[in-house]
Design a protein around this ligand. Structure first.
Ligand code: PRX
Length: 650
């Protein structure tokens, strides 16, 4: 059970920024009365409200009759309807937008491509036909392990066209992580590349794939895109060049009209225990909310050049790089590489070059840029920007202000958007033409979203006090299950309070009812905007031959938000050393990926445990942060262990 007593709020922030008047005048939602009206409509008759939104947002091949069938904790939305997400992203725009850029791509080495809606549609159809020729059908799982290149979007859209379920694995994940995910999802075909560019070096994707394939995965075919040009296509009937697959394929492909609830994608995310969870999203509810929230939260207009800097390997890349923007017919920018490659001004150069009007990025990036100073920003004309967004972790007021003043020139509203892989779409966020913002607050839930802060008995906590964030009613883009593990779906999300979705986050509201997120309350830490289950890092450490036991906790960090600290006890006969620390850190990076590499490793004789043998991570969190714990230690088995850990610190 999550511990609400740990949630102590220390932030006091009183600045308020009303939306600029000029912005509001042209916005989709122009004031708090509009917001309130929508909120009331949704509250009064949720079925009518969501039904209307679904009819407006999507093309329906066959209409739905039932808006929601809710048998807690299982929801089915827009039940009898049929649609196709790729049709909604591409085909329906073609009469008007065929020649408009859909994707503006820039590779890290500086190569550029502009792909129109017409061209994108052709590429998607060719790949869809190619996949069909490999036997991919509706419901089959297709893995995607690609760099941030347009083909990543093409791959997702080709799957959706066929009703195949994609499972994208972030290109920064290791061979082990890839193998585990491919196997769990039962992937039949994997789409990958020889490599990608990151920080001036090649990320060896193909090598990782080959290493993954030395274990059982069930993968029948691997389609390899040439991106970096190093390395030959591996020999054997399993491997196929991307170019060869699409060559000669027709550029038309009839979309598979799927039921609303047909699964669209699986995306793995960290949990507090065990292996990563395959979050499963279905088609229509997800599509509808991705489309609606992109338009409302980013106040999209057709002439916007929109740039969300997330990788397609994360849910933000799914909803706000690919599906949301394309459903709205705007131009979306895709950048392959690192933010400071080759220089600290790369992001700002991109904004100037493409006249980006909307920027959506993560607090960790903003803080990193802040450290570099205003200089690199000032070298570029950022006057095209009109709106800024933040996602992935709490944004501290200082970074929020810097973002607003230095990047946005003081004129662009900032939307701090709260959501999760599981929610599929933004849930709590300002609407930029309506909501007065406060630095560091995600403000209010969107109309129809019942995000509530409750105590462990399900009672609403008073304003100002911290509690657990729940979503108390179903919403269309909610996850449908944990792939292959329906019990885990119920246990993880619906067992704190029956029938209500538990987010795992702590939050509070202030005197004006604004929502302030306060971070995770489970053993999941958020490092640089990416969720990591500490249990996964621990099990990677314990897999090392010299490690007996490990506990991993988060420590507040100025740049990354949270740094990972690992407490490690060694097996007999092994001595602590700096070399071993390095070895263990490298081991974790290999097992999971560089994002999980501990920032600090501390050797310990023993770990603090309860009498029942549970590691008391909350005590370790204090030790890691250098705080003297004021916490209850009555269940601690051996007080000396804690004293020894503290001594190590001094
Ligand atoms: O803890 C919250 C944090 O990120 C978690 C979701 O992570 P993930 O599923 O990887 O999705 C990230 C992108 C949507 C949440 O449980 N989080 C996300 N956005 C915010 C946030 N914390 C505070 N403020 C946010 N705006």
């Amino acid at each position: 059970m999550a511990d609400t007593q740990e949630i102590v709020s220390v932030l006091t922030e009183s600045r308020v920024f009303p939306p600029p008047e000029q912005f509001s005048q042209r916005a989709h939602i122009r004031g708090m009365q509009d917001y309130q009206r929508l909120w009331d409509e949704a509250e009064k008759d949720p079925q009518k409200y969501w039904g209307e939104r679904a009819r407006e947002e999507l093309f329906w091949k066959e209409p739905f009759q039932t808006v929601l069938d809710w048998k807690p904790p299982h929801a089915r939305w827009f039940v009898e309807g049929k649609t196709n997400l790729t049709y909604n992203c591409l085909d329906r725009h073609l009469p008007r937008l065929k020649d408009k850029p859909a994707i503006l791509f820039e590779g890290e080495p500086g190569d550029r491509r502009s792909i129109t809606y017409g061209e994108l549609s052709q590429q998607v159809n060719r790949l869809a036909n190619g996949l069909k020729s490999l036997g991919v059908k509706k419901g089959d799982r297709v893995g995607i392990y690609l760099p941030m290149v347009p083909e990543a979007a093409v791959a997702m859209l080709a799957c959706a066209r066929l009703g195949a379920v994609h499972s994208v694995v972030f290109g920064g994940f290791s061979a082990e992580a890839l193998q585990e995910r491919m196997k769990d999802a039962g992937v039949k075909v994997l789409l990958t590349a020889d490599g990608g560019w990151r920080k001036g070096a090649v990320v060896p994707l193909m090598k990782n794939v080959e290493a993954a394939l030395t274990h059982a995965t069930g993968i029948e075919k691997v389609v390899v895109l040439t991106r970096t040009g190093d390395g030959k296509l591996p020999a054997g009937p399993k491997f196929l060049a991307w170019d060869a697959l699409v060559k000669g394929q027709s550029d038309t492909c009839e979309p598979e009209w799927v039921e609303s609830e047909h699964p669209l994608f699986i995306l793995y995310t960290s949990g507090s225990t065990g292996k990563p969870k395959g979050v499963l999203h279905s088609t229509a509810g997800y599509a509808m909310m991705a489309s609606l929230t992109t338009r409302w939260v980013f106040d999209l207009r057709e002439d916007d050049v929109y740039w969300c800097t997330a990788d397609v390997g994360w849910v933000t890349g799914h909803s706000y790089v690919v599906y949301g923007p394309l459903m709205n017919g705007v131009t979306t920018v895709l950048y392959e590489g690192a933010p400071t490659q080759p220089g600290p001004d790369r992001f700002w150069a991109i904004i100037e070059r493409y006249k980006v009007s909307i920027l959506y990025t993560a607090p960790t990036a903003i803080r990193a840029f802040m450290r570099l100073g205003d200089g690199p920003v000032k070298q570029h004309d950022l006057s095209s920007l009109r709106l800024l967004g933040s996602v992935g972790e709490p944004i501290n007021p200082e970074a929020w202000m810097w973002y607003r003043d230095v990047i946005g020139g003081g004129r662009c509203p900032v939307v701090d958007t709260w959501w999760q892989t599981e929610t599929g779409a933004i849930m709590i966020s300002p609407l930029p033409g309506a909501t007065p913002t406060k630095p560091g607050s995600a403000t209010f839930p969107l109309p129809g979203i019942h995000a509530e802060i409750l105590d462990r008995d399900g009672k609403r906590v008073p304003r100002g006090q911290g509690g657990l964030l729940f979503v108390t009613k179903p919403w269309p883009s909610m996850l449908r299950t944990v792939y292959g593990d329906p019990e885990r779906y119920v246990k993880t999300y619906f067992s704190e309070l029956p029938g209500m979705y538990f987010t795992g986050d702590g939050a509070r509201t202030d005197a004006d009812g604004y929502v302030w997120l306060m971070g995770r309350v489970d053993d999941v830490v958020n490092v640089a905007g990416h969720r990591l289950g500490t249990a996964e890092v621990e099990s990677a450490l314990v897999a090392h031959a010299k490690v007996a036991e490990a506990a991993v906790v988060g420590r507040p960090d100025d740049l990354k938000g949270t740094a990972l600290v690992a407490f490690v006890t060694l097996k007999h006969g092994n001595a602590p050393s700096d070399a071993l620390k390095k070895e263990l850190a490298a081991h974790v990076a290999k097992e999971i990926g560089a994002i999980a590499r501990p920032d600090e490793i501390r050797f310990a004789e023993g770990l603090p445990k309860t009498r029942s043998g549970k590691i008391m991570r909350r005590l370790l969190r204090d030790v890691a942060a250098g705080n003297h714990s004021t916490q209850d230690t009555t269940t601690l088995e051996d007080l000396n262990v804690l004293a020894a850990l503290r001594q190590n610190d001094e």
